[in-house]
Each structure stands twice: as structure tokens, then as C-alpha cells.
Design a protein around this ligand. Structure first.
Ligand code: ARG
Length: 414
């Protein structure tokens, strides 16, 4: 019998149980679900909505279930639909009828919002730690290569000479912004939804602040319909992930180019490269390519969630259960990419001599030549033209600017 089975005359079809159920993926919310339920039961007892001894029995039971799950002793049941009803079913089995009082003044709609917010908040902190680790690695490379000269590019054409440190610190800025985006979205999701009930709040004299305090939320949601149907925090987090993946993907694209035989700016460590099943000589930057490739699924999850939400009338609708696989996959992918990119960067070898040699080609000093003429009193637009003519002369004579003689320069511009 389902926890909600009272008004039904027959069982749901097995294929509906299967289709409707989210336990296969929302089981990862077990800790948040139980911790949230403990805070809820504690509050129900403190407010006299259930007796103190009932609250204590429920809390004790929930703690034991948490231990059972962590010890691997729990088989979740598809027929119990989701993590919320699985935990409640386990509780009733463990402590008997008193367990049936836990869901007083609560709905799965405010419960799932609570669980998912708690989960996202925890994940944000984990991802920030990984981003900081990545930033530190970038800083170390930049410090070591303050004076390593390489060509800077625009349009993938050599543009001006820069230092590798300068180039690497550009990525440092991107990942710093990712961190601020995460902190910002954390702040906005840090509102406690319990008390919203299914949509219309509750008739019981609950104490929402008490629950918020116990669960470390800074404030309370203010509208019950919004609180149960808001998934902005999922969309924001998925957006932050999409942007951060885009940053990683761009960096990986550069590494792939730099590792190619044409560039040879870097050599990937063997431990972060893979071979070919047919071509014995190959050493491929598969890890960087996979990070670049996985960016697509993270974008896809964002689009899936936005599209899932766009037609939903207030308040909760079951469509919203689709938020979970998207956000879980996004967070898993993001973290996995961050955690493999960092050691890959640490271990790659930087071929300074090749970078230096490459910076000497492509007339990367042409802008400096124009600037020199400006400092001698020539207007920049004229200086640009003179430098351009000298570049053309070099191209026709297969020379570099530094190989031209003073006479050559004076012939173009006295
Ligand atoms: N498993 C559901 C979800 O993830 C929990 C909320 C279900 N609420 C409901 N009224 N059916 O969205």
C-alpha cells in the first residue's frame, strides 16, 4: 500500500511505478532528507504539535536509518517512489505508528525543495574548493613563467609577444569569476522552504526560524507557492556550471593546440595522455578533449531545465522531478573536470624554447615598431602604415624585422 493510497481502489501499474519513481537517482539526497526531517521533527516537538517523546523517537529512528544507509544495509524500494517516501516508509517500519507523525505540517513539495537546496549548497562549497585548487596551480605556473616569452594570438594568428604567465593568468581571472558566481548563487538559494506545505502553507503553529537555524539557512522563503515551485537556484547553478565549463573548454582547446606537433609548446605527461589502438606513435590529449566535449552535456542540462520549467503553472508539478538528473549530472561532470584538469596542468611540461622561437615569427614586434616611430614624433596611423610596408618588404625578402638593416629602415622612413 502506498503512503498516499487511501483514495485509490487499486495498485498503480508496475510500469507506472517504474516511470514515476525517482529513487534510482534521488537516493543521493538521503542525508539531506534525513537531516531535514530531524530538524522538522525537533521543531514539531518543541512547538507541541507532536509530543516531545514522539519527536525523540522519530529523531532516534531517523538517525538509525542514516547509519543503516551509510553502512550499506538499506535496499530502496521503487514502489515507494522517491527518497522522501522511502525514508518515511523505513521509519514507520523501524519505530512503528509514531513514525506516521513525521509528515505533520509538511509536504513532499517543500521537502524536496529543502533537500535539493541543502544538496546544492554543499556541492557549491566542494566545487569552490576545487576551483581554488585549480587557481593555485595556475598561479604557480604563472609565477614560474613570468618571463617565458610566447606569441599571443588573435584570430589564431600571431599577434604580439606576451609572457606565458600573462596568458595563464587570464584563465585565473575566469575561474575567479566562477567562484564569485557560485557565492552569489549560494546566497540567493540560502532560503529555507519548509512550512510552505504542498503550496498553501500549513494550519499548524510551526516555527520556521527554528528549522532554518538548525539547518544553517540564513533566511526563510517568503511565498509558499513560489517556494515549492522555484527552481531558479538549479538554473543559476547550471548556468554557473555552463560558464565554468566553457572556461575549462577554452583552456583545453589551447592545450590541445599547444600539444600538437605543429606547436610543441607543451608536452602532456604520459599519465594524462592516451594512445591509439592502431597507430603506435600516437599520444593523444584525450583528457583535454573530453573536458571540451563534456561541456556540451552541461549546456544541455541547463537548456533541459529551462525548457522543463517554462510551461509550468503554479505551483508544484511533477515535471520538476526532472530537475534532479540534470543538476546531478552537471555537478558530477563539473567536479570531475575540475579535478582532472588541475593535475594535468601540474604535470605538463612547458617547452619554453619552442614558445620563444615561435614568438620570434609572425612579426609579433610590428606593433612595437609602430610605437617606436610614434615616440619619434610620427602620428600612429602613419607609423602603422610605415611598419606595414616594412613587414611587406620582409615577407617579399623572407626576412624578419630584426634582420632588416638600418638603411632598409631609413629607405622607408628617414
Ligand atoms: N520526487 C518528487 C520530486 O522530485 C518529490 C515531490 C513529489 N511531490 C508530489 N506532489 N508528487 O519532485
Amino acid at each position: 500500500m502506498k503512503l498516499w493510497g487511501g483514495r485509490f481502489q487499486k495498485d498503480t501499474d508496475a510500469i507506472v511505478d517504474d516511470f514515476n519513481s525517482s529513487i534510482s537517482f534521488d537516493k543521493r539526497l538521503y542525508k539531506q532528507d534525513i537531516t531535514g526531517s530531524i530538524a522538522h521533527a525537533n521543531m514539531l516537538g518543541a512547538c507541541g504539535i507532536i509530543s516531545k517523546s514522539d519527536a525523540d523517537a522519530i529523531i532516534e529512528g531517523l538517525k538509525n536509518i542514516l547509519d543503516d544507509i551509510e553502512a550499506g544495509n538499506v535496499e530502496f524500494d521503487i514502489a515507494a517512489e522517491d527518497i522522501h517516501m522511502n525514508v518515511e516508509t523505513l521509519l514507520i517500519k523501524k519505530i512503528g505508528d509514531v513514525g506516521k507523525k513525521l509528515h505533520t505540517a509538511r509536504s513532499r513539495n517543500d521537502q524536496v525543495a529543502l533537500d535539493l537546496k541543502m544538496y546544492c549548497k554543499e556541492q557549491i562549497n566542494i566545487i569552490i574548493d576545487s576551483l581554488i585548487k585549480l587557481e593555485n596551480t595556475l598561479l604557480n605556473i604563472a609565477k614560474e613563467h613570468k618571463a617565458t616569452i610566447m606569441p599571443g594570438f588573435t584570430h589564431l594568428q600571431k599577434a604580439q609577444a606576451i609572457s606565458l604567465g600573462h596568458h595563464i593568468l587570464a584563465y585565473f581571472q575566469m575561474f575567479s569569476r566562477d567562484i564569485t558566481r557560485l557565492k552569489d548563487c549560494y546566497k540567493r538559494m540560502d532560503t529555507m522552504p519548509l512550512g510552505s506545505g504542498a503550496l498553501a502553507g500549513t494550519t499548524f503553529p510551526i516555527n520556521r526560524q527554528m528549522v532554518a537555524d538548525e539547518l544553517n539557512f540564513t533566511s526563510l522563503t517568503l511565498n509558499s507557492l513560489d517556494a515549492v515551485s522555484d527552481r531558479d537556484y538549479v538554473v543559476e547553478l547550471e548556468s554557473a556550471a555552463a560558464i565554468s565549463m566553457m572556461h575549462m573548454s577554452r583552456l583545453c582547446e589551447e592545450l590541445i593546440i599547444w600539444a600538437s606537433d605543429e606547436y610543441k609548446f607543451i608536452t602532456m605527461d604520459d599519465a594524462y595522455s592516451t594512445g591509439s589502438s592502431i597507430m603506435p606513435q600516437k599520444k593523444n590529449p584525450d583528457v583535454a578533449e573530453l573536458i571540451r566535449g563534456k561541456t556540451g552535456r552541461v549546456y544541455g542540462n541547463l537548456m533541459a531545465t529551462l525548457t522543463m520549467l517554462k510551461g509550468i503553472p503554479l505551483a508544484y508539478n511533477k515535471d520538476m522531478q526532472e530537475d534532479k538528473e540534470a543538476i546531478f549530472d552537471t555537478l558530477d561532470t563539473w567536479l570531475a573536470c575540475l579535478d582532472i584538469l588541475e593535475p594535468m596542468l601540474c604535470t605538463m611540461e612547458i617547452n619554453k624554447a619552442n614558445m620563444y622561437k615561435s614568438a620570434g615569427g609572425g612579426f609579433t614586434n610590428a606593433t612595437d615598431l609602430a610605437d617606436y616611430l610614434v615616440k619619434k614624433g610620427i602620428a600612429f596611423r602613419d607609423a602603422h602604415k610605415i611598419a606595414g610596408e616594412l613587414v611587406y618588404k620582409c615577407i617579399s625578402e623572407s626576412k624578419t624585422l630584426e634582420q632588416l638593416s638600418l638603411e632598409d629602415y631609413e629607405a622607408t622612413c628617414p
